[in-house]
Design a protein around this ligand. Sequence first.
Ligand SMILES: Nc1ncnc2c1ncn2[C@@H]1O[C@H](COP(=O)(O)OP(=O)(O)OP(=O)(O)O)[C@@H](O)[C@H]1O
Ligand SMILES: [Mg+2]
Length: 307
Amino acid sequence: MIYTITCNPSIDYFVEVDGPMMDTEVNRARNETFKAGGKGINVSMVLNELCVPSHAIALLGGFSGEFIKEYVRDKSYLTLVDIPIKGINRINVKMKNEEKTICVNGKGPFANEQTKEQLFASLRSLCETDWVIISGSFAQRMDVSWLIQMAAIIHDQHAKLIVDMESVSQDQLRQIRPYLIKPNLYELSLLAQKDIKDDAVLEELQKLQACGVENILLSMGKDGAIYMGKEGCYRLIHPEIHAVNKVGSGDAMLAAFIAKRSSHRDIAQSLKWGGAAAMAAVSTLEDVHADAIEAYLPVCHVEKIIV
Ligand SMILES: Nc1ncnc2c1ncn2[C@@H]1O[C@H](COP(=O)(O)OP(=O)(O)OP(=O)(O)O)[C@@H](O)[C@H]1O
Ligand SMILES: [Mg+2]
């Protein structure tokens, strides 16, 4: 089973405006869409499209938490594991016009000891064939020490741990020892604590492996992705498309990649599916559909790189 953990779920409120964004007059929407969000939920939604079952563990509270429960209710392959949290889940605003997107993400409700107990308890029945994807931000009063403790439980159960979070340092990765991380280029530079030139990317990925990260899936926006892991190093290449939506493409990539890896596909095939799902996510403000993912498969190519 694949488990996703979303500690700070949200409603993503996409609002499209015509022309320039104004700061002295009211911006009026041409179009608006409400989606259940938070990175783990995004991953579970794409897994659902690929008919891959997952348990989406989410800290849910308030009317926005109710919206999220309702949003995923009819997804046949997604089982929501609701961990109640006091307060109201975030409403993240994504305002876009032809040129740019402005995002305002909330802080989210406050976690407490009860939240911790329930969250940790949800991990104690994992087994060695399970995959656990922890993505996104923490609720308030949570910090990396929670992630380190969750990692310890997941390792005790011999499940595979995948982490896609911005706020983790190299030192913390040494303690967390994830099976896989999925940074984007900006997150890689945060990890390295410096700007990374193109020709230094592979070296930085090797440094992360030396920190105890088994595999790294580096997404590089329009330039595709690089996988570095035990099986070697692979590059995903695909054409650039007009980005209708810049939110959640990395989540879609991770979902499809793990969907295929967990059903024993090789790295090249899994990366190809990851690229196709990411492109499908970039191409629409709506939820990603399986037919769109399949339509992008032929333009995604993977080659092995000799490091
Ligand atoms: N303009 C584009 N054209 C084609 N593919 C794109 C484009 N932008 C992104 N992608 C695809 O989406 C993948 C993920 O993008 P990116 O590196 O921006 O992820 P991310 O920042 O982790 O996204 P998020 O965290 O919002 O899910 C890329 O590796 C690429 O395959
Ligand atoms: Mg990301």
